[in-house]
Unconditional design. Structure first.
Lengths: 166, 225
């Protein structure tokens, strides 16, 4: 294994949670997540020789992974294909998926109901990205990011706490 | 749950995720060694095959037109076929160039707009290819192929009104094709690949992609709600 592959493997290992969460949020069908994870990895690997090591790997990874995930979600062939689980999985779980806390499931379900683009803003915000970083990943202005986030917060308050005054 | 609570929970689960998921390094390594090719890579292979087939057909119709340059009855249908194939070949090459220039490291908004525009162009080219194809793949195709491959001159083998009827059938088939595509695209039992093709032909894919482009423009401008 050459040094490029080794450093790629290390970086993917360090940021595996990003890959997992994006697949989880953009792929409603668990059996299709493997397909998306592999597609993201392919694009990350193809772009990796051009990665500027002075930049943050996570920002670069969010861009590629979100771009692939959104286009995957919009892809006609993927939507219409009858997916059959098979092959060796990319992720292995220490605990079964059923052990997932209900609160986490509620959060995921709410975000999954958003359109693909607002979903990306929500994810980046929950991941702790600054407005500047979110704007850079998505190609929006910081003001636009801030406006969209405040709308999303209001929407969340309304939908998750329907009885509370806004 | 408040937004801040959601953020705290998310961070807690994130820390836990570090220990509960394991990246299958062996699988990752084997994929890297395989020199992985993605969905677009596979599409590029199909387009290359299509371009190759178009090129062969172009060479053949070109040589047929040249060898019958003194006979307008064969030259004109050959030119019609050649023009249709040239357009199809150009569309394939254009799509190949577009696919090669896709850069997933670009910001999400601009790349998604670019991908949607590419999808729109590809759908429009399929619609035009099929509709104009009805004009060339009936009479001109029959005349040229019968002469070129079988040595049969259809002008002397068939009555003149046959060509008029055949051309009219080609034109009449356009709305039939559109209605069939519309019903096939709505039928739940249609095979996925056929349904996708039918949706492109019926125009529902085009409407969808145009809506997507409008949404993207509004989203980038901050005019979305």
């Amino acid at each position: 294994m050459d040094s490029l592959s080794r450093s790629f493997e290390e970086l993917v290992e360090t940021h595996k949670r990003i890959l997992y969460k994006i697949c989880r949020l953009y792929c409603p069908l668990p059996e299709a997540r493997e397909d998306l994870a592999q597609e993201i990895l392919i694009q990350l690997w193809k772009a990796f020789p051009r990665f500027d090591s002075r930049a943050r790997f996570s920002t670069w990874m969010y861009r590629i992974a979100l771009n692939v995930a959104i286009s995957h979600l919009r892809s006609e062939s993927v939507r219409l294909r009858h997916l059959v689980p098979g092959g060796e999985p990319l992720f292995e779980f220490a605990a079964p998926a059923a052990d997932e806390p209900p609160e986490l499931r509620e959060i995921y379900q709410w975000i999954e109901r958003l359109d693909p683009l607002p979903r990306s803003i929500m994810l980046l915000h929950l991941e702790g990205c600054s407005y500047q970083e979110t704007a850079a990943v998505l190609g929006l202005t910081e003001t636009n990011v801030a406006t969209k986030l405040s709308r999303l917060k209001a929407q969340m308050r309304q939908e998750l706490n329907p009885g509370e005054p806004t | 749950m408040t937004f801040e609570q959601m953020q705290t929970r998310w961070a807690e689960f994130d820390r836990r995720l570090e220990h509960t998921i394991e990246l299958n390094r062996r699988m990752l390594r084997s994929r890297l060694e395989d020199r992985m090719s993605g969905r677009l890579g596979r599409l590029a292979i199909w387009l290359l095959l299509e371009a190759g087939a178009c090129l062969l057909a172009l060479l053949w119709t070109g040589s047929f037109a040249w060898s019958h340059r003194q006979e307008p009855g064969f030259l004109l249908p050959a030119i019609a076929l050649h023009a249709w194939l040239s357009a199809a070949f150009a569309a394939c090459l254009w799509q190949l160039v577009q696919i090669r220039s896709i850069d997933y490291t670009k910001p999400v908004a601009s790349l998604q707009r670019r991908l949607a525009s590419m999808r729109k162009a590809s759908i429009v080219s399929v619609q035009w290819a099929l509709l104009t194809g009805q004009l060339v793949w009936w009479t001109p195709f029959l005349i040229v192929v019968s002469k070129g491959f079988l040595g049969v001159d259809l002008y002397s083998a068939l009555p003149a009104h046959y060509f008029v009827v055949s051309a009219a059938a080609g034109v009449a088939l356009m709305p039939v094709l559109w209605f069939s595509a519309r019903s096939l695209s709505r039928h739940p039992k249609t095979a996925p690949a056929l349904r996708s093709f039918a949706r492109a032909l019926a125009g529902s894919q085009l409407a969808e992609v145009e809506r997507e482009l409008d949404q993207l423009a509004a989203w980038e401008a901050g005019a979305d709600r």
